[in-house]
Design a protein around this ligand. Structure first.
Ligand SMILES: [Mg+2]
Length: 213
């Protein structure tokens, strides 16, 4: 099982290019970029709050709902798999592994990310919190992932960048875990979980699974 955002895809360069494009379209000062990146908080600030603050700062007069649709379409539409992920996933598949992507977010937005990045074609199953009805770390979303991949959680692994949602959640259903630790992570974790392994990239995390199982 794998998380999507900041695990299979690294969001910061995509977000920066979205922000640069937006500032340029609005004829705003390009030097605002660092402020926009700070305001975004790695995507963790509520989107309506982020977008309405940004619109106000650059004098963009738009309904926040419309801005949100456009933002989601553009940013999610730019998603790309991290380098070497496809090759290592294909190798894992040849060795009998199945991949279920387990992601928190809106069904439309996450589905677009999965299709444009090509991840949808590599995955045996997808669980998006909005359509499943619960979010990671709820055990139900991991059980649903195993079911949809036509397997069980016995011997399963979870790869993800969020210690509380991905690692604590998966450890709670007995999966082994690899924490994809991002140096740009802004979250404070509360679960106190210890991952079984730590990796700095997604391919490195898959390599741990292949070596340890
Ligand atoms: Mg993530």
């Amino acid at each position: 099982m794998s998380d999507l955002d900041d695990t299979l895809v690294e969001r910061p360069p995509l977000f920066r290019s979205w922000a640069e494009g937006f500032l340029s379209e609005q004829d705003a000062d390009p030097a605002l970029l660092d402020w926009v990146v700070e305001l975004d908080r790695g995507g963790h600030r509520p989107r309506e709050e982020f977008l309405s603050t940004l619109a106000e700062r650059v004098g963009y007069e738009v309904a926040v709902e419309e801005f949100l649709l456009d933002y989601n379409r553009t940013l999610a539409g730019s998603y790309r798999l991290v380098p070497d992920a496809r090759a290592v996933l294909e190798e894992a598949r040849e060795r009998g592994w199945r991949l279920a992507v387990v992601t928190n977010g809106l069904t439309d937005v996450q589905s677009l990310k999965l299709s444009v990045s090509g991840i949808a074609d590599l995955a045996d199953a997808v669980c998006i919190s909005e359509e499943v009805g619960v979010s990671k770390p709820d055990p139900l979303i991991f059980r649903t992932a195993a079911e949809r991949a036509d397997t069980t959680l016995q011997g399963a692994w979870m790869l993800g960048d969020n210690l509380d949602a991905d690692i604590a959640g998966a450890a709670g259903v007995g999966a082994r875990t690899v924490w994809v630790k991002r140096d740009y992570d802004v979250l404070d974790y509360r679960s106190g979980v210890e991952p079984d392994f730590v990796a700095s990239t997604f391919p490195e995390a898959v390599r741990v699974v292949l070596d340890e199982s």
